[in-house]
Design a protein around this ligand. Structure first.
Ligand SMILES: *Cc1c(COP(=O)(O)O)cnc(C)c1O
Length: 248
């Protein structure tokens, strides 16, 4: 099973490289982030010991459980799950360098307050709901610029770009339209020239659709099953407001 991880990593790296070639992009522009929800630390270590440096969790509880076992291996940790305000204090204990799932003002405000107290700053991406599905977290595209303008006032938060979970669909062109929405929004925000806001990162694309995301400008692709294999929990456990049991 553990050899699978190395083999899968090789496949994913090649897919990224090939997609970059096809769209005339430099592969160095696209970071591979490993989504490690439900993956144990032994398996995560295999990836970290074989050249990967960027991982991300969806739940503070899992971040906490894995923290000690991974802290001595060089890596960077992002957060890609729905963050509840009552978990802010907790999440800041685990050296997360970027929260990719910032999607509402009250969360930004409370993060800012806590970061001020701790004399820290934090990179964030704004999560946008590009698939227009009620079940997905993220700010509506139409409301994104307004939210970013408000969040940009918080000196401890450094906005670095946008993140989205696209539509799950076998229809490649429907998936593509989600990524296009994110890219267009990025361009619009760049034109607004908001101070304290950078738009260099577009975090989009997962195991099933990373090629499309790269064609549309992704700078971070987030891959879980493509490297670690199928998960036992359904993804709705992590993504769907209605079925999330808030166990973290
Ligand atoms: C799990 C997860 C991924 C990775 O999905 P796979 O289909 O397993 O590659 C990407 N982004 C988010 C937010 C996730 O929760």
């Amino acid at each position: 099973m553990n050899e699978d991880i190395l083999h899968n990593l090789e496949l994913i790296r090649n897919r990224i490289k090939y997609a970059c070639q096809e769209s005339g992009r430099n592969p160095n522009e696209v970071k591979l982030l490993l989504a490690t929800k439900t993956v144990n630390t032994e398996r995560i270590k295999i990836a970290l010991e074989n050249g990967q440096t960027l991982i991300a969790e969806n739940k503070v509880q899992e971040l906490k459980e894995k923290y000690d076992a991974l802290k001595d291996i060089y890596h960077e940790n992002h957060f890609i799950g729905h963050l509840q305000t009552n978990k802010i204090k907790e999440i800041l204990k685990y050296d997360v360098t970027c929260i990719q799932s910032l999607d509402r003002l009250d969360l930004a405000e409370k993060l800012h307050q806590r970061l001020l107290t701790e004399h820290k700053t934090l990179e964030v991406l704004i999560q946008v709901n590009t698939s227009n599905e009620e079940s997905k977290f993220g700010i509506e595209p139409d409301a994104t610029i307004d939210l970013i303008k408000k969040i940009s006032k918080f000196s401890t938060l450094q906005i670095k770009g946008l993140m989205t979970i696209g539509l799950f669909s076998a229809e490649k062109e429907q998936v593509r339209s989600c990524f296009k929405i994110l890219k267009n929004l990025q361009q619009e925000i760049i034109r607004e020239n908001i101070s304290n806001v950078e738009m260099k990162e577009l975090s989009m694309g997962m195991s099933g659709d990373l090629e499309t995301a790269i064609e549309e400008g992704a700078t971070i692709v987030r891959v879980g099953t493509g490297v670690f294999g199928a998960r036992t929990y359904p993804d709705s456990h992590y993504w769907n407001e209605k079925t999330t049991d808030n166990r973290d």
